[in-house]
Write a new protein. Structure first.
Length: 628
């Protein structure tokens, strides 16, 4: 989740006066790192994954599940090895780094050491993920379980947390979730409240409901407390924020309470990081659709399969002027997207790049752009940074306002880490040995360690073929946006088509002719498994790459099993997580074909996915012959 600083967080009314201060020092901090480290070279690839879990308390006797808010007790145990190592009381490096997340029911787990460039390292991933699940389990009380589900299906329904709380918190002011659901670290309640204060209203999340045969039309949600009168914002639902035929949600927790699978790569140098950033951007929506695992929100089946737009809306702090609903008077820009969204601009200025790919009318801060250009930052990178810096810092700690810009990146990170985009370009932290990195952020967490390892390894191998074969994956960025919208559709991985480049092999010098730059709509199967006379497909390209390397049989077999899972997901032979979960609900004896995911269905669903993750239950529609 990024930066956690300590101190007194400022209310938006005060924080907004320091926005320019944070931005201007943030840029100085970036420039300092850029000046010192733009030539930093790293010998080889390092990479890591991040898996997020939710913690659920299962009452097997009463057949009830609740979202456990005990994560900070659990984390105290889990973080001990890291703390002991850092304080010198132990010489044993921690196996896993545990981090809190937005929800007080979430755990984020990162391997203790990054993985290296060898194929043997790819073999460590699944074991590490299994170990993380085991460590999490061991730190919990009987009945509690770590679940790698994107979200808790009944988050925001009454009495679904343990302990139980009424939804009457000042920070969130939600009709559905209490303040206690949020990580209590000062940053998070402030982030939540300042998003609302800046926006001037609660966040508005409406996901289309899945209309089953007994779902009323129009669907007007009877569970919304339409007439509640606790906070001034309570009337928003009635005044149009809650849309008919949609599942309405009004709090950051519905989005940032979702779990994902992220991969971070350390590139050899800044140019390689920028190159990977650009070529992974068109891959992000494809992987969102292929990993889709989130068909239920607030106790209802949705007509979408993934989380992305829910998170985007859940942190959308844009004012009505910025959203283009009122003429600009007090604000500086009309902004086309939330802070959490697909990227708006490519950043790699090499022979493959053409300006026609950046076909979005980029909004950026002209003064910041000018300053970056004057300090020797090239046009594309300056546009990227000055685009990120159109945002205001949302959480400012009073004690941290004055920083040494040669030593700290806090102000830069304040803006950077609250631009949650599909890919992130990460400068090295000052005073560290780390290189230039890229984070791949679109994937949804999968139910099992096997799947999470498969998708992580797949993305690593995709980066290897991008670099080894010099693939050109550019398509206009507006088409990447269209793919993001498509990725949300129910069953998109098998039913829909995505814009993709027809010819990915440029000339030896990286150049292409106009006709080489064509793109077309392709199925997921074509993109992953290949077209007969066109794009060869990622899996065949990866096999080709593996054929050209020296790799032992055992490793090759394991990698092939990962690739086979992904190939079968893309061909439709195996279900995505979303389709699988949807089927579990729709085939449950208590399901009334009215889109409602009841407590008993939720309990059984969580029990089932937990058993699958532990390897106690086979799920051939999801995993084929592979075991979890
Ligand atoms: N949980 C968020 C997601 O599902 C990401 C939070 C983070 O950046 O770690 O995308
Ligand atoms: Mg995280």
């Amino acid at each position: 989740m990024g930066l956690l600083s300590l101190g007194t967080p400022l209310h938006w009314n005060e924080a907004k006066h320091y926005a320019d201060h944070v931005r201007s020092h943030g840029i100085d901090q970036f420039l300092s790192v850029y000046r010192k480290l733009r030539d930093r070279q790293k010998q080889c690839l390092l990479w890591g994954d991040e898996v997020e879990f939710i913690v659920v308390k299962m009452d097997q006797e009463n057949k009830e599940s609740k979202l456990s808010l005990r994560v900070f007790d659990i984390l105290a145990d889990l973080q001990r090895p890291e703390q002991e190592y850092n304080s010198g009381t132990s010489t044993e490096p921690p196996e896993t780094l545990w981090r809190p997340e937005y929800g007080r029911f979430m755990l984020e787990a990162i391997p203790g050491q990054p993985y290296g460039a060898t194929f043997r390292d790819l073999m460590k991933v699944e074991a590490s993920m299994k170990r993380r699940r085991q460590l999490a389990q061991e730190a919990m009380l009987p009945g509690e379980i770590p679940v790698s589900l994107v979200n808790y299906p009944r988050l925001g329904c009454p009495h679904e947390t343990s302990p139980d709380h009424e939804p009457t918190g000042q920070a969130v002011q939600s009709l559905f979730v209490p303040d206690e659901i949020t990580n209590p670290h000062a940053r998070f309640p402030t982030l939540t409240a300042n998003i609302r204060r800046r926006r001037g209203a609660k966040v508005e999340i409406n996901m289309p409901i899945f209309h089953d045969k007994n779902t009323p039309r129009p669907f007007i949600d009877p569970t919304i407390p339409w007439d509640r009168d606790v906070f001034p914002h309570d009337k928003e639902a009635k005044n149009g924020a809650a849309k008919p035929d949609h599942i309405y949600m009004d709090a950051m927790a519905f989005g940032m309470g979702c779990c994902c699978l992220q991969i971070t790569f350390q590139a050899c140098n800044i140019d390689e990081a920028r190159h990977l950033y650009d070529h992974l951007a068109p891959v992000a929506p494809i992987m969102l659709a292929l990993t889709a695992a989130c068909p239920i929100f607030r106790g209802y089946l949705a007509d979408v399969d993934c989380r992305w737009n829910v998170i985007a809306a859940s942190v959308d702090d844009r004012t009505p002027e910025e959203r283009g609903l009122k003429p600009l008077e007090n604000d500086r820009f009309v902004i086309n997207k939330s802070r959490y969204d697909s990227i708006d601009t490519y950043i790699c200025d090499d022979a493959m790049y053409k300006s026609k790919y950046n076909d979005l009318d980029l909004v950026y801060d002209k003064d910041i752009y000018k300053k970056l250009r004057e300090n020797d930052v090239d046009d594309l990178l300056a546009r990227h940074i000055s685009h990120l810096f159109i945002r205001d810092p949302l959480v400012i700690f009073k004690e941290l306002l004055d920083q040494d810009d040669e030593k700290s990146m806090d102000h830069f990170e304040n803006i950077q880490s609250t631009n949650w985009q599909t890919v992130r370009f990460k400068p090295p932290p000052p005073d560290s040995d780390i290189g230039w990195r890229v984070e791949f952020r679109s994937m949804e967490v999968q139910l099992t360690d096997f799947e999470n390892a498969a998708f992580s390894v797949f993305i690593v191998l995709v980066t290897r073929v991008i670099l080894s074969f010099g693939l050109n994956l550019y398509i206009p960025i507006t088409k990447v946006d269209e793919n993001m919208a498509t990725a949300h559709k129910r069953g998109a991985a098998v039913n829909d088509k995505f814009y993709f480049r027809k010819n990915v092999f440029p000339n030896l010098d990286g150049t292409t002719t106009e006709s080489d730059d064509e793109y077309e709509l392709m199925t997921m199967n074509e993109i992953i498994n290949g077209q007969e006379n066109g794009f060869p497909g990622f899996i065949p390209l990866i096999h080709n790459y593996l054929d050209s390397t020296n790799i032992d049989i055992e490793t090759r077999c394991k990698l092939s099993s990962y690739l086979s899972l992904i190939s079968k997901r893309a061909s439709g032979e195996l279900m995505t997580g979303a389709t699988y979960l949807r089927h579990l609900v729709m085939n449950h004896p208590d399901y009334k074909h009215d889109s409602v995911v009841s407590p008993s269905i939720t309990y059984d669903l969580i029990n089932t996915v937990d058993k699958i993750a532990r390897g106690e239950l086979k799920a051939p529609e999801l995993l084929g012959d592979f075991s979890a």
